[in-house]
Design a protein around this ligand. Structure first.
Ligand SMILES: [Zn+2]
Length: 255
């Protein structure tokens, strides 16, 4: 078994905030799930996933509660006061210390959020459908903190080098733009390919456009392509059925 490897955000978060993405490193899953698959819903053996989650929790925050999500590529955030059943939503927000918010990804963009005071945190599952439907806007406006006081890190996702989409995706964003300037900005995230109606699509650029328009100022990350790095990351586009990384954020309990 390879060594368990957590990817830590390079962001100026306060000391109370713990955050990481799991990678494939470590873990006991086999074949297409090989490594540290964190998802129960992808066809992997339940015992393996439970063991992987224990291993990851041991390396990340052994005494915390873990809050999972039923991700539906929608636009609804869920506020969490204590860990419980996985809500059907695409982001989690909390001000409660000692609770880990978890989002599963294998190409979709995980967006890590905390405030400068270190007492509010969120994690967003941002695929193109959710972003087009407004998951970023709905999460930031549901948080108590002002967007200007937020720190944001864009985790591992399929980057424009490997993310080809069609007119439907581009039009979905352009149709929902609130003004011509936003439309122009969003259009710049789609680089036309020689094949008509196909584009290299820059998900992290779309996220930045939306975050900046909401008033966020401090955004980092967006440099890890899941498709490029098969050793560290699962990629649904690359592999078809596969495991998932877990993206984890937590406000530390003050001891
Ligand atoms: Zn790539």
């Amino acid at each position: 078994m390879r060594k368990l490897e957590l990817l830590r955000p390079d962001w100026p978060a306060p000391g109370t905030i713990l955050a990481a993405s799991t990678t494939r490193g470590g873990g006991c899953s086999k074949e297409e799930f090989a490594g540290l698959n964190m998802a129960l819903h992808v066809g992997d053996m339940e015992n393996s996933v439970r063991r992987n989650r224990e291993l990851a929790a041991g390396a990340f925050a052994p005494d915390a509660d873990y809050q999972w999500l039923q991700q539906v590529h929608g636009s609804k955030p869920a506020i969490v006061f204590q860990a419980g059943e996985a809500p059907e939503a695409d982001s989690l927000i909390t001000s409660t210390p000692g609770m880990v918010l978890c989002v599963l990804t294998a190409d979709c963009l995980p967006i890590f959020v905390c405030n400068r005071a270190g007492n509010e945190a969120a994690i967003i599952h941002a695929g193109w459908r959710g972003m087009s439907a407004g998951i970023i806007e709905n999460t930031l406006t549901t948080m108590q903190s002002e967007p200007k006081d937020l720190l944001i890190w864009l985790g591992p996702a399929i980057l424009s080098c490997h993310y080809e989409t069609g007119d439907d995706v581009r039009e979905s964003f352009l149709d929902r733009a609130t003004d011509t300037h936003e439309k122009k900005q969003l259009d710049s995230a789609f680089t036309p390919l020689e094949k008509p109606g196909k584009y290299h699509t820059n998900l992290t650029q779309i996220a930045r456009i939306k975050l900046f328009r909401l008033g966020a100022k401090t955004i980092s990350g967006g440099t890890h392509c899941t498709h490029c790095d098969a050793t560290r990351f699962y990629s649904h586009r690359r592999d078809g059925p596969c495991g998932r990384m877990a993206n984890l954020i937590c406000i530390n309990k003050v001891s």
